[in-house]
Design a protein around this ligand. Sequence first.
Ligand code: ADP
Ligand code: SF4
Length: 692
Amino acid sequence: MSENPYAILFEPVQIGPVTAPNRFYQVPHCNGMGYRLPQSLAAMRGVKAEGGWGVVCTEETEIHYTSDLSPSMEGRLWDDGDIPNMARMTEAVHAHGALAGVELVYSGQHARNFNTRAVAFGVDSFSVPEYFPAQTRMADKEDLRTLRRWHRNAAIRAKQAGFDIIYTYAAHRLSLPMFMLLSRYNTRTDEYGGSLQNRVRFLRELLEDTLEAVGDTCAVALRLAVDELLGEDGLTRDGEGKEIVAMLAELPDLWDVNVSDWSNDSGPSRFMKEGYQEQYISFVKGLTSKPVVGVGRYTSPEAMVSAVQQGVMDLIGSARPSIADPFLPEKIRTGQVEDIRECIGCNICASADNVGVPIRCTQNPTMGEEWRRSWHPERIPAAKKAEKAVLVVGGGPAGLECARALGQRGYQVTLTEARRELGGRVQLEADLPGLQEWRRVADWRLTQIEKLPNVEVYPGSEMTAEDVREAGFEDVIVATGARWRRDGVGRSLRSPIPGHAWKEVYTPDDLMAGADREVAGVNREVAGRLPQGRVVVFDDDHYYMGSVLAELLVGAGCEVTLVTPAPQIALWSQYTLEQPHILRRMKQLGVTMLPNTTLAEIEPGAVRLHNTLHAKDTGWMCDGVVLVTNRISNDGLYRDLRGEVGTTFNSLRVIGDAEAPNIIAQAVFSGHLAAQEFEEDVTGDAPNFRRE
Ligand code: ADP
Ligand code: SF4
């Protein structure tokens, strides 16, 4: 270990009465499994501990049924009946020598209680989230005493379930103790409102209660947002954020500090880079002798070492890097740093929680599948017949992952890619503003493939059906991707936009291609140049592409109008926590944003826009149009060959965008699934995974 330049990361850290075996700390993170899928959840957390995380925490864990976060799937410690489920997780974590932490939460204003139909206590009578027209009841002093009792009892249940670290939660603007701190929410006139001292009172009481109830054997942690990134309108590191830390400095055994809200804490990589929280939290260690954990999407050991050495934090907190690579600590410990599967900061993991389904990850296709499919991020079942040769056509995320995983299983794999560069869409998109980290999807897979002597890669090799037949493989996997439509057909428009053949109409492929890139479906007339002047970007995709291209075009000097039929720009990106950042960026760049608007017609020099709210058409002058609508699978090769299964081929499978266009995470998953299922009979009607 003394030779390891990162040895400092493997030092134990005393946290109150317990000791973390190293500085790798999986902070609480949601996962869409929660109380509903306890076996899946325990297996997922157990894999993190196996991968070397010294502390592994739960997600938000509801302490009482009056703070029910459904339809989100979170942890529950409502009563003793929840203890066995939670104990599954602590056992899975302890089995690998790690500590288990639980984040106790009373959400109050953030709970809609859709399931329980109970009334939540709030600091005041406030609206609950997502425009649902219901309010909390303002907790009176008796209610606050009751709440303290609930929190204390939940802490006792957590201890019984085997947890080593027990949180009080005042972060993300998701919990009553945090609302209590904020003067714009806390308008109380009793001793819990008014001065900061009064607003901190409730949090202090919860900490004292928890210490008294379980502090003999459990560490008591405080998760606090020290800055809301709202400037003077909110809590700031230089203002009350700092004062709160000073007031409670020595009370908790551990400070877990971050920024609020969740879209800032889990900052998307397009807007926030590794270590972005340091500037906000670095003051904390100067005010307390207790250990501090912070986050910042750390994936490089150098940045982690620096954060510790510079006294920013004692423990490297991580949610997303631990999702993308549960074995990150172990890889650093054993000197396999180049094997770290680095998080790309896309927040697809968060989207799963936001839509109430089990967690998934773009980089790690095994995430969330540990129990139900028995997938492991590092291990994979060996090939049944290792001498079997497989051809994978297409080196995008789907093909790369499939070839890598088949290679890991031991098959003889040949991967062909039409273009000179591998990576498919991620290689192209990574050159767009802010998306550099997308490239990691290809880079990690290429690094792994390079180490596999049984995988051969042939870039610059476009294959026709005849080429595939001649190559003589019995088993073929087609991963030929998709291309953007150039006729405007998509979610909103079901027939081509009149005038789409105008020479100044572009697709994202055209803009990404560049002059020297051979990209399927590109209009060679325009490839290598961008539209000029006034450009209308029509976004019927509703994710990141429309706004990213708007940013690219503004950077190239264009005057951009971003048009979308949805009621908001980049609507789906609300689930990946990108949307508020996208709106801010579009505003900063001076992009004109027109929601509730479709493209009715294109003619040289102008478009006709149709506002769907007012049923009104407007002429809009422009020098170019970019259509970000549906995509079309490049499945011609598959279709040409599929009649020959049983004659020319033993098996033929189409995966990724070539099967059906989807997000990058789905392409990676699809490639991994095909590799896992290779030589398996998957023709049954039942799902090929276990259900709880
Ligand atoms: P996915 O997301 O499903 O992996 P991509 O579009 O990112 O899809 O990647 C598909 C890749 O397949 C692209 O790099 C493309 O150049 C390549 N490709 C498409 N058709 C062929 C072909 N006939 N032969 C070899 N490679 C191909
Ligand atoms: Fe990182 Fe994206 Fe995976 Fe989340 S889904 S852990 S942000 S790579």
